[in-house]
Ligand binder design. Structure first.
Ligand code: ZN
Length: 183
């Protein structure tokens, strides 16, 4: 079956190792469908208190591609321990074909295992990439338990982790914007 490979970088440094959580999330996603093959890869990084700025994301993605010899044209996802600009859970740089997901403070806003948070964010970022969705026009300001809840109040993410749901409005948007079925 035709499937899309997505590399997911799983960070570890001298003080922390998040690879078990990332590999756990990836295993769950791979077991429940066959269209996407997530491939977790250990990635040695340096601990940093500096938040990752959107303006820096493309340069950083390019440096990672070079360092880890990732294919130049393939979308990949990097789980990072540092915070992201604007306190986002994640963002995609469409030009660089890369998404960043932070686990900073994860245990403070969700009582669920970190794997479940990562699972939701991996899917959400893949969706952003496939739809080339750059303007957040689908995001729901008021949480409804959908993948695309904005979750300005970060604890609201627990609702979509529990629901595992994509609302009918978002499903219609997927069809209208023609999510590709071949890659
Ligand atoms: Zn929705």
């Amino acid at each position: 079956m035709n499937h899309m490979d997505i590399t997911v970088l799983a960070p570890f440094d001298s003080n922390h190792d998040y690879t078990k959580s990332v590999f756990g999330a990836v295993d769950c996603l791979n077991q429940c469908q066959r269209q996407f093959r997530f491939r977790a890869r250990r990635w040695r990084t340096e601990e940093s208190d500096t938040e990752l700025m959107r303006a820096e994301a493309a340069r950083y993605a390019h440096a990672l591609r070079t360092e880890l010899r990732l294919p130049p044209d393939k979308f990949f996802l990097a789980v990072v321990a540092s915070r992201l600009e604007g306190n986002w859970f994640s963002f995609v740089d469409h030009q660089a074909r890369c998404g960043f997901i932070t686990i900073a403070g994860c245990s403070l806003f969700s009582q669920f295992p970190i794997e479940s948070f990562l699972g939701v964010e991996l899917i959400q970022n893949l969706q952003e990439h496939l739809l080339e969705w750059a303007d957040y026009s689908y995001a729901h300001l008021r949480p409804r338990g959908c993948l695309n809840d904005l979750c300005e109040f970060k604890r609201d993410i627990s609702l979509k982790i529990q629901s595992g749901y994509v609302c009918s409005e978002c499903q219609r948007a997927w069809v209208a914007d023609r999510v590709p079925t071949r890659w």
